[in-house]
Design a protein around this ligand. Structure first.
Ligand code: ADP
Length: 687
């Protein structure tokens, strides 16, 4: 270990418990709740094994009127929920970490779709789920009922061995609604002056502490800066509140704003972006403080703890990207830390698919159901075979890394371009997307360390050279390319006049890899893809001085960025950079004078421009595969197996291409590696 990082490994007393070090996986959702207890347990336990001294579970509702469907939260309403929770507690304890549980109530933000319970809130105000009806203003009975529910849940948590029990109030949940001078308009003892707005929290803390405080540490999470999303939350007031609650709390877990700001993506938020506010908390309390900020740099973490700004480094996303981050710091293996890219793919997956995943770590969420360990790889039964991986994009790189770790004697990774990275090599050069380069950087370090994997760049392999190569297993990871012919998704007609061999029509790859630019004049970027590439190219060209119009077929610009919590910020950012935005437009024709199409109401729409960048649709580079996929041909060349991975199969998000490459590497010695092995599913037991 680097001596300067030793401070991160000092134990810390929090109430009746001792945190073994300063690495703390803060509560974060996974989509597993108590419905998939073994999946949940393995997902959390791997972090404990990787050295996180505290491992929290996820938002766990104390009452039926805080229900999250269609999302899956934890719930702790009865003994059966507690029994499911216990599976995770035991699994985390087996590695010596403390377990924290985020007991929360969502207030007016609760969905209650399944429970059909009336939502409750301090004052009958609007909320983000207002279309589902307004919430009921809490009466004294409701206040007492929820405080009892909090205590009952805390007792259940204690009884199954939870070490740190939360009275959780961040993200605009019920407690924040009480704190807010805007959302809380009550005229009774729970509204008005700060002491009143904090009363529900203080009373709940006192009750929970009274019930479990001797055996459990009592933690709270509250925002110390409202930002744009939390009206009526002022730092000065929150610090006074912390002072008032100091004696009741063993660990202050502090953050800022609503989720998009708290989990700000790397596009718009730097590592440590919350420090302006979280560094002030120790002015108000001597109690231990944990804070987050997508920390991946051990030097910065150590400095924060050494200077006393925070006592504990909190992390959700960095712990998903690298469950073994603390162990790697402890062992001085700093170059092996798989740094979070801040893409928020984890959040998009967990929120919309109820199954967390990670763009960097293909094993995240797969620990139980596929038995994948992020750091352990078994030797493949066919490791004596020679392997050729064609294409060094994310899928090919990942596959080569896994095969290397599985002990193959000779793996060659051959890439046509001068450098590895595939599409990430240019995506990382789009404005705001620099941290996505970590996808390539981590894999480069791994490949460098694997003596059995040889990387050859600058060589484009034709079918004939693959047949002559001498490899027994060939894996094609040849990726995909953006179409230049105007074919677009959703059965819209192809764009007449679209042809990227013409000077005024461009594809993203032509812009980024060939430096193709059209003659001066207005540029239209037509985005029928809806995620990072259209806005990225638009901002890039605007930065070069062009008048850029981003025209999208979607009703919002980049709906994919809403799933990663950055859509609003992105649209404002583009606006500030001078990119004009047109929504709901389908382009149908183009030429060197402009584009024509129709708007969402089928009215004609047109815009004069000198050039068009087509971000319409990708297509697999699968010609090589079809040339080679002939059993006799392969046999005559001594090739025993031919596989495809990543975008060469079907163009997909980078996370899925990496998953695909990883999957093939893990299952390369299965009976038929071309077919995914069946994964374990957790089901409700009948009877
Ligand atoms: P994926 O995300 O599936 O990895 P990418 O498109 O990002 O796909 O990467 C594919 C990579 O394969 C690119 O870097 C491309 O240059 C490379 N490639 C494609 N065809 C060949 C080939 N015939 N020989 C070597 N490299 C190739």
């Amino acid at each position: 270990m680097e001596p300067r990082h030793a401070v991160l490994f000092e134990p810390l007393r929090i109430g009746p418990k001792v945190l073994p070090n300063r690495f703390y996986q803060v509560p974060h959702a996974s989509g597993f709740g108590v419905l998939e207890p073994r999946t949940q347990a393995a997902f959390r336990a791997i972090k404990a094994e990787g050295g996180w001294g505290g491992v929290c579970i996820e938002y766990t509702a104390i009452a039926e009127d805080s229900e999250e469907s269609p999302a899956v939260s934890g719930v702790l309403w009865d003994d059966e929920d507690a029994a499911a929770l216990a599976v995770t507690v035991d699994a985390v304890h087996a590695h010596g970490a403390l377990v924290g549980l985020e007991l929360f109530h969502g207030g007016s933000r609760s969905e209650n779709g399944k429970s059909r319970a009336v939502r409750v809130t301090p004052s009958q105000a609007t909320s983000e789920v207002q279309w589902a009806g307004l919430a009921k203003e809490m009466e004294l009975d409701d206040i007492r009922r929820l405080q009892r529910a909090w205590v009952e849940a805390a007792v259940r948590a204690r009884d199954v061995g939870v070490d740190i029990v939360y009275v959780y109030g961040a993200h605009g949940y019920l407690l924040t609604e009480f704190f807010s001078s805007v959302l809380n308009q009550r005229r009774d003892a729970y509204g008005g002056p700060l002491a009143n707005r904090g009363r529900f929290w203080l009373e709940t803390l006192e009750a929970v502490r009274g019930a479990v405080g001797a055996e459990c540490a009592v933690a709270t999470r509250i925002p110390v800066h409202g930002g744009e999303g939390l009206p009526g939350i002022e730092t000065e007031e929150m610090l006074r509140l912390i002072e008032m609650g100091s004696d009741l709390v063993d660990l202050f877990d502090v953050n800022v704003g609503t989720w998009p700001e708290d989990s700000g993506t790397s596009r718009y938020y730097e590592e440590g972006h919350q420090r302006t506010w979280t560094d002030q908390v120790h002015q108000a309390t001597p109690k231990p403080v944990v804070g987050v900020g997508r920390y991946t740099s051990p030097d910065l973490m150590a400095e924060i703890v050494r200077t006393g700004a925070l006592d504990v480094i909190g992390a959700a996303r960095p712990a998903i990207a690298d469950p073994f981050l603390p162990r790697k710091v402890a062992e001085g293996r700093l170059d092996e830390i798989r740094e979070c890219t801040g893409s928020n793919v984890c959040i998009a997956r967990e929120e919309s698919l109820n199954h967390v995943g990670c763009i960097q770590n293909a094993t995240a969420g797969e620990e139980y159901r596929r038995g994948w360990h992020p750091e352990l790889f078994t030797r493949a039964a066919n490791a004596d075979k020679s392997v050729l991986v064609v294409g060094g994009g994310p899928a090919g790189m990942e596959c080569a890394v896994v095969l290397g770790k599985r002990g193959f004697s000779a793996v060659h990774l051959v890439e046509a371009r001068p450098r590895l990275g595939g599409r990430v090599e240019w995506v990382r050069r789009l404005p705001t997307l620099g941290d996505w380069g970590r996808i390539v950087d981590w894999r480069l370090v791994q490949l460098d360390k694997l003596a059995n994997v040889e990387v050859i760049c600058g060589r484009r392999l034709a079918a004939s050279s693959i047949l002559e190569y001498g490899a027994e297993i060939v894996i094609l990871a040849t990726g995909s390319s953006w179409r230049g012919d105007g074919v677009q998704p959703e059965a819209r007609p192809a764009i007449a006049g679209a042809d990227a061999s013409l000077a005024h029509v461009l594809t993203p790859e032509q812009v980024m890899l060939e430096g193709k630019r059209a003659a001066a004049g207005r540029v239209v970027v037509y985005d029928a893809d809806g995620y990072i590439v259209g806005p990225g190219i638009a901002e890039l060209l605007a930065g070069e001085g062009s008048e850029v119009h981003l025209v999208t077929s979607f009703t919002v610009v980049s709906p994919g960025s809403d799933a990663t919590l950055e859509g609003e910020r992105l649209r404002r950012h583009l606006h500030d950079r001078g990119v004009r935005q047109h929504r709901g437009v389908t382009v149908l024709r183009l030429d060197e004078t402009g584009v024509e199409g129709e708007d969402e109401f089928a009215r004609p729409w047109s815009l004069e421009c000198a050039s068009v960048v087509l971000v319409t649709q990708q297509q697999s580079n699968d010609a090589l595969y079809h040339e080679l996929a002939d059993d006799e041909l392969l046999a005559s060349a001594g090739i025993e197996r031919l596989f495809r991975v990543g975008d060469a199969v079907a163009p997909r998000p980078i996370s899925e291409a990496i998953f695909d490459g990883h999957r093939l590497g893990r299952e390369i010695d299965a009976e038929d590696p071309g077919q995914r092995l069946v994964y374990l599913r957790e089901r409700t037991q009948l009877g």
